[in-house]
Design a protein around this ligand. Structure first.
Ligand code: S3P
Length: 176
């Protein structure tokens, strides 16, 4: 695949800052970005918590896969931030790999993610309490590490600085 066609996909646990980093990265690289959760909610005309609570998690995962597919096939977004569970579905990983995307796992400590989850206004049905979130966090590490790049977030950096580092180290290496 030509470097000019490559896309960057950000994955990682809830609260790690995928959407914010994607926004900064889009600004820095002057490339279009899309957030899977936002895209999905607009397409479905429903909020994620409502989908999960009304129709269940399996239904939501199918909706997520369908919308991921749509982003990959029908948009020209070069930077895509996933929801925290999207990369854990094998079908999604295959879709992403088949499109020649470069995947980046944004990794941070559980405490960092949990702090962001607790302060965020966003409702997260799969992280309603710390014990539930911690369990999911531990279970998912082995799947997140299947991403092409593993970017450990330095807790001293803000999300713009993180994006700058990604732009310098990963984006330049993979895209330009
Ligand atoms: C989920 C993460 C959420 C959202 C949904 C499920 C998960 O996205 O997709 O609530 O399974 O980790 P964020 O990672 O943006 O919070």
């Amino acid at each position: 695949m030509d470097k000019a066609d490559k896309r960057i996909v950000l994955t990682g646990f809830m609260g790690v800052g995928k959407s914010t980093v994607a926004r900064h990265l889009s600004y820095l690289a002057k490339e279009k970005k899309l957030d899977l959760d936002d895209f999905l909610e607009k397409e479905e005309k429903r909020k994620i918590p409502e989908i999960i609570e009304t129709d269940g998690l399996d239904f939501f995962r199918d909706v997520e896969t369908r919308n991921l597919s749509k982003i990959l096939d029908e948009t020209n977004a070069r930077i895509i931030s996933l929801g925290g569970g999207a990369w854990t579905t094998e079908k999604n990983r295959t879709l992403i790999k088949d499109c020649g995307c470069v995947t980046v796992w944004l990794e941070s400590t559980f405490d960092h993610c949990w702090r962001n989850i607790s302060f965020s206004k966003r409702e997260r049905p799969l992280a309603k309490n710390k014990i539930q979130a911690r369990k999911l966090f531990d279970e998912r590490q082995k799947v997140y590490c299947l991403a092409d790049w593993h970017f450990v977030i330095n807790p001293g950096l803000n999300s713009f600085e993180v994006a700058k580092q990604i732009a310098k180290e990963i984006f330049l290496a993979e895209i330009h």
